[in-house]
Design a protein around this ligand. Structure first.
Ligand SMILES: Nc1ncnc2c1ncn2[C@@H]1O[C@H](COP(=O)(O)OP(=O)(O)O)[C@@H](O)[C@H]1O
Ligand SMILES: [Mg+2]
Length: 162
């Protein structure tokens, strides 16, 4: 069965779709990769013709994930708490939760992390990491935010600067 990486956060504009597309492009030469946008009005699915080298699947394929023949499936999700998140987390191996590095931005991921924790009780494979995105150069991350991130109990990855 494929490894499934889901990008989830109920906020929009944090860079989920950008990273989903970049991950698929990064791995496409080594692995058989599919990209699925679970948003019915999904932006990624509309890029299908622009990226003919990628398998960008229709949102309806979500329920078929466990039987799809890929090495890696990257799932992008909409900017709200979709009622499909629990189903997605039940299939996933890893959830990446994006956030900007402001205190209130990081506070806002707690809801998504709580949903992941709930799913981890059923899916013991499931791991999650926080992706810090859009960090302003030279502005750093405040000690308050570092403390907050430490209390969340998930590894933190720094993805990209503005
Ligand atoms: N690391 C980054 N640096 C600068 N701009 C970014 C970065 N990541 C994403 N963006 C831009 O931010 C906007 C929102 O990104 P998007 O991937 O659509 O977010 P989401 O899917 O979470 O709504 C887009 O214009 C995108 O190009
Ligand atoms: Mg998006």
């Amino acid at each position: 069965m494929a490894k499934i990486i889901t990008l989830a956060h109920q906020k929009g504009g944090v860079g989920k779709s950008t990273l989903a597309l970049n991950l698929a492009l990064c791995f496409k030469d080594q692995l058989k990769v599919a990209l699925i946008d679970s948003d019915l009005q999904g932006s990624l699915y509309h890029l299908k013709e622009d990226f003919p080298e990628l398998d960008i699947l229709a949102p309806e394929k979500i329920s078929e994930i466990p039987s799809l023949d890929y090495d890696l499936i990257i799932v992008d999700t909409p900017p709200y708490l979709s009622n499909r998140l629990n189903e997605l987390f039940s299939y996933s191996d890893y959830v990446l939760v994006h956030t900007k590095a402001g205190f209130f931005d990081v506070m806002a991921i707690k809801l998504t992390l709580a949903l992941i924790k709930f799913s981890q009780a059923q899916n013991q494979r499931l791991k999650a990491g926080i992706v810090l995105n859009m960090i302003k150069p030279r502005s750093g991350i405040t000690a308050e935010v570092v403390d907050l991130l430490n209390t969340l109990g998930n590894p933190t990855f720094k993805y990209s600067c503005l």
